[in-house]
Design a protein around this ligand. Structure first.
Ligand code: 5AD
Ligand code: SF4
Length: 439
């Protein structure tokens, strides 16, 4: 039997695409290999959001190239966002790559990998469609990602995504509900709805099915067996009252929103073309907290955007303190070829970026530690995911607010249990199981 190995970089959308890639390769009769050495088909699902994933991919690809030199029959396939961004030069840069495909071309991968293992060298697979009906090899039987849109219509000046993933295209509500219904009957209890900007979902649909994200949350909430609904990522500019109401009223929608801030300075937000300012972001946070009790808020922040002064950066620190995020992903600005910000004047030096990100991480950790400490003494509903990563005698799971909990107890993966929280750090909670949740 021929075997494949898939290495995934980047966001949850890519992780989900890789599930489809694996599912398709298995449908073609290939089995999974533990690493690229033992694989006949080596697949990379790439990311290009910052320079770091580009570099990590280059290192992995060099290893694969060395393997292929010894065993020329190996097929190397490169998909995802880096492949799309570099499509004009990919086969020149890496002549040993056999197949390349963009993020929307997964349904065609089977044709290109070829059932007989004959790969059509040097051709770029093109197509843009949802992969919702393809088989998927999911990591856990009780959790699933569901793609609701592809592409992005925003024009954030730092971001490469709109140019690689194209214009936003919403998946039809009936197709989404159909997929979630099938997942629920297969035993899935938690779904995460995925889109580059979930809050603008539905706006591009034809009038016969045009709807909006709040309505989609309600439709998915009504599906029997779905206990938890998550979504990522919303754009603050499109987060409207009906979505807040749907979050508050739907029992399965989790009390968590990932709301990318990017900067706390209105001046920098303007240069980033985020179309909201500091005040509007803070007002949205107030509205969300007023409408959704016990809401957890997480965010993305970029430091060192061109022109960012110490005063601008200070405003970011202030907003982080004022909001009190439960956690945050922090990034150093990375100029991406072809984006507006890459050629802006007043690029910030690497030293200043380093220094700022360290200070930011400190403030974020303090905020996360405080937020988590507030959970001590409470009982949280936890979806059991498996053994703890550090201590296999203890279980690990996540609360509805998306915090990782390590706990002693007798649950099995997929169970919903109640855990009494006894301790907290900036990243995790720990405690003991007190009951299995009856559903
Ligand atoms: N440099 C640094 N961070 C970036 N992000 C997107 N583009 C860049 C860039 N050029 C960050 C944003 C986004 C997250 C997914 O990655 O914070 O929300
Ligand atoms: Fe995801 Fe963006 Fe990376 Fe593509 S470039 S994999 S959309 S994070």
């Amino acid at each position: 039997m021929k075997r494949y190995h898939v290495t995934t970089f980047g966001c949850q959308m890519n992780a989900h695409d890789s599930e489809r890639i694996k599912g398709m390769l298995e449908e073609l009769g290939l089995g999974e290999a533990p690493d690229q050495h033992e694989a006949d088909v080596i697949v990379f699902n790439t990311c290009t959001i910052r320079e770091k994933p580009d570099q990590r991919f280059a290192a992995h690809l060099a290893q694969a190239a060395a393997l292929k030199q010894r065993e020329p029959d190996k097929v190397i396939a490169v998909g995802g966002c880096y492949a799309e961004a570099q499509r004009e030069r990919l086969f020149d840069l890496y002549p040993y790559v056999d197949v390349a495909f963009g993020p929307g071309s997964i349904p065609h991968l089977a044709d290109w990998i070829g059932t007989g293992g004959q790969a059509p060298r040097g051709r770029f697979a093109e197509w843009r469609s949802f992969a919702g009906d393809l088989p998927a090899r999911r990591e856990r039987p009780f959790q699933a990602w569901v793609q609701i849109s592809m592409g992005c219509n925003s024009k954030c000046s730092y971001c490469i995504v709109p140019s690689v993933r194209g214009r936003e295209q919403s998946r039809r509500p009936g197709d989404i509900v159909g997929e979630v219904t099938r997942l629920a009957s297969a035993g899935v209890r938690e779904v995460t709805l995925l889109g580059q900007n979930v809050n603008s979902w539905g706006r591009d649909l034809l009038p016969d099915v045009r709807t909006e994200f709040g309505e989609l949350l309600r439709a998915v909430d009504a599906i029997d067996g779905i206990e938890r609904i998550r979504f990522t990522s919303p754009h603050p500019k499109d987060f409207r009252v009906p979505v807040i109401e749907a979050m508050a009223e739907c029992a399965a929608v989790c009390e968590h929103a990932h709301l990318p801030l990017q900067s706390g300075s209105t001046r920098i937000l303007k240069a980033m073309r985020r179309t909201y300012g500091r005040q509007r972001y803070l007002k949205l946070v107030d509205e969300m907290r007023a409408g959704i009790p016990d809401l957890a808020l997480t965010t993305d922040i970029i430091v060192g955007f061109p022109g960012e002064t110490e005063a601008d950066f200070h405003e970011t620190l202030e907003v982080v303190k004022e909001v009190g995020f439960d956690s945050a992903f922090t990034f150093v600005f990375s100029p991406r070829h072809g984006t507006e910000a890459a050629t802006m004047p007043d690029q910030v030096s690497e030293d200043v970026k380093r220094e700022r990100i360290e200070r930011l991480v400190d403030v974020v950790q303090r905020s996360a530690r405080l937020r988590n400490a507030e959970r001590v003494g409470r009982t949280e509903e936890v979806l059991v995911e498996g053994p703890s990563r550090t201590d296999p005698s203890v279980l690990r799971g996540r609360t509805r607010r998306n915090t990782t909990v390590n706990f002693s107890g007798g649950g099995v993966p997929g169970d919903l249990v109640h855990v009494h929280i006894e301790r907290a750090t900036s990243t995790t909670l720990s405690g003991r199981e007190v009951a299995l949740v009856a559903v």
